[in-house]
Design a protein. Sequence first.
Length: 245
Amino acid sequence: MLTFILTIYEMILFIAVCLVLYPIAVLLFIFTAPFDKKRVLLHRYSCFWGSLYIWLQPWWKVSWEGKDYIKKNKAYVVVSNHQTLIDIIVIYTMFKHFKWVAKDSLLKVPFVGWNMALNGYIIVKRTDAKSQIKMMKNSEKVLKSGSSIMIFPEGTRSADGTMGRFKRGAFILSEIADVPVIPIALHNVDKAVRKNSLWLNKSRDMKARIFPPVNPKDFKNTKEMSAAVKGIIASQLEEWKKLSL
């Protein structure tokens, strides 16, 4: 019964918030476009938009550690494990500037997808090689312009919370653009909503931890770097798992 109530509440909340905030996003885009080329203000507003779904959900809470590792006006390739669609909302609550690297299907989501387009986020069609090449070029351009990018190196959400294979695209970008990678570990987000499900659950202890920057120059190749970053996140997830037993 609680799951049903949570789901209906969140659906109503999602629609209401979108109807109110999307027109403001359009106006903000129009008035800030001439002087805010990186769309920093619009992304900040999008962080507020995404965070509302957490703040107005009495059964959800996110605690952050390590935000100071991300320095203002410095570009990074930010990566994290990927458990559920709610990961996106949780990462917005970080309130740091970045451009999402997101799959093209998200553009079809009303209001949310339209806002992604306004923000100039980087879109990729995972099954299209040309789209992947274009994504890499656009991401490199964004990094060299001084904006960070945020990417899920697993490429898809985990069905059981276990991390999948890390693809090397994010780490190749780090090497090419000569920017550090920032690892983020997300915990218990899958308790709020599971993959391929619209049913929401109670989850009071969602956690997110940001780790110190990982420099590509400290590794022989991107394969080694990818393994090291995955190891950092995996170790933290294992530690959280032990504490919850």
